[in-house]
Design a protein around this ligand. Structure first.
Ligand code: AMP
Length: 461
């Protein structure tokens, strides 16, 4: 199939040619005709599948009928509203909207917390047809009456599962009350849960279900491997892996903000250019770190789930789970940063004894086993004996979010409003960081070659 065959507006086809895409991805091939036909869509698509274009392109196609060059704000009401869980994702989606609409006379902008609201108000007052927003900041605008949503024709919930997990449900419901009843609704989610199905039944009309990859599946393009290691040796091991495997661009996930800071500090000490990115950093610092990471100026970006959510980095070769996520679905999201749009990638997990149960949960969810490869110097014996001695990796005080109810983004200098539910969740329950589990997990094999330069890891699959 080609983009021409989808019957998209010629100005969109020109923009697609400019991007260099040659053919629609599976989610695009399936979703675009359904959206063009006017139906609600509930789509399950992995990150990196091209899902943004699958809702942006048909929406722009339909909104092209409203193009005009009038300077009157009244001629540019919000007609397409895209809700996204984090600022980074909102900014990225808006960038995609701008890319695809560059030959059309349609205006777009994004609004999210953590930055001054005044320039956003000024932009909104001029009028925009497509608005990308995080829920908290959008509600601020609605309450200040800087935006009117009464003419919205398209509503997109992007990464809906994450929005629910972050406790945005009350905010989303409030936003719905500002929308006209007749509109087209699109819901995109990497994973489906009962909560997502309940939400969709509340606001969608007979949605067409589209699923391009197995639910909660990880991409076959990603080589997954786990290294057993005591919690106290993780930082040293990671520095060795980065150096010995010559990883020039690696995204590392920690479960806590202080863990991210500490790790970045340690890597810098080891002459690895590393920067932490999390919600205690200002938006400006986060934007700059992300830009420099994309440009290859920063070798290791250390992030928490909330901060690193939705990052789209072309050809990101490697993701490391420095801490295993306590919510197995986060694993799918994390490693989905690599191996995107057909590229190959590698996902390394450093597994402390007390984290084995999380690895088990992940394997159950993704329905595949992740080969455990014991490393010289970090041998199985040491690993096992360490179980009784080592402290848990994270102690919960500064975890960025709970396993099932994540905190929303809150960052200086202007905090984005926290949804009530998530606020109540803080501080974290110490029970999350209980004692290690002694259950044996998976197969282990010695891999002597890790500490040699540029070795490739073999999987046992
Ligand atoms: P997404 O899943 O929307 O985050 O997209 C993941 C990546 O795929 C982005 O870098 C897009 O630019 C890229 N992409 C989207 N559609 C296509 C396509 N049809 N062909 C090649 N790359 C694409």
């Amino acid at each position: 199939m080609t983009f021409d065959e989808l019957g998209l507006h010629p100005d969109l086809l020109r923009a697609i040619v400019d991007t260099g895409y040659t053919e629609p991805t599976p989610i695009q091939a399936q979703a675009i005709p359904v959206v063009l036909a006017g139906r609600d869509v509930m789509a399950g698509a992995q990150t990196g599948t091209g899902k943004t274009a699958s809702f942006t392109l048909p929406m722009l196609h339909k909104l092209a009928a409203h193009q005009n060059t009038s300077t009157s704000p009244a001629r540019h009401p919000v007609r397409g509203l895209i809700l996204a869980p984090t600022r980074e994702l909102a900014a990225q989606v808006e960038a995609s909207v701008k890319t695809y609409s560059k030959h059309l006379s349609l205006r777009s902008t994004s609004v999210y917390g953590g930055v001054n609201i005044d320039p956003q108000i000024a932009e909104l007052r001029k009028g925009v047809e497509i608005l990308v927003a995080t829920p908290g900041r959008l509600l601020d605008h609605l309450h200040q009456k800087s935006v009117n949503l009464s003419q919205v024709e398209f509503l997109v919930l992007d990464e809906a599962d994450r929005m629910l997990d972050m406790g945005f449900m009350p905010d989303i419901r409030r936003i719905f009350s500002f929308l006209p009843p007749r509109r087209q609704n699109l819901l995109f989610s990497a994973t489906f849960s009962e909560d997502i199905k309940r939400l969709s039944s509340e606001f969608m009309r007979d949605p067409q279900l589209i699923e391009v990859a197995r639910r909660n599946a990880t991409s076959d393009n990603i080589l997954q491997v786990a290294y057993p290691v005591g919690a106290d040796h993780k930082r040293r091991l990671l520095a060795q892996i980065i150096k010995n495997e010559n990883l020039h661009q690696v995204l590392v996930f920690t479960n806590t903000k202080t863990g991210a800071n500490r790790l970045a500090h340690q890597l810098v000490h080891e002459n690895i250019n590393a920067v932490a990115i999390h919600s205690d950093k200002t938006q400006q610092a986060r934007t700059q770190a992300l830009a420099e990471f994309k440009e290859g100026k920063i070798q290791a970006l250390i992030g928490t789930d909330v901060a690193a959510r939705g990052l789209d980095i072309d050809d990101l070769p490697c993701v490391v789970n420095f801490d295993l996520p306590h919510n197995a679905e986060d694993y799918v999201h994390r490693i989905g940063r690599t191996g995107r749009a057909g590229a190959t990638g590698k996902a390394i997990s450093l597994v402390a004894p007390e984290e084995k149960r999380y690895l088990g949960d992940i394997e159950k969810l993704i329905k595949r086993s992740i080969p455990m490869e014991a490393l010289p110097g970090y041998s199985a014996d040491r690993y096992e004996s360490a179980q009784s001695q080592e402290r848990p990796v994270s102690r919960g005080r500064d975890r960025e979010r709970a396993p099932h109810k994540r905190e929303p983004e809150i960052a200086a200098p202007v905090p984005e409003r926290a949804p009530e539910k998530a606020q109540q969740k803080r501080p974290e329950s110490p029970a999350l960081d209980e004692a290690p589990v002694s259950r044996h997990h998976g197969r282990k094999k010695e891999v002597a070659a890790l500490l040699l330069p540029r070795r490739s890891v073999t999987t046992t699959e």
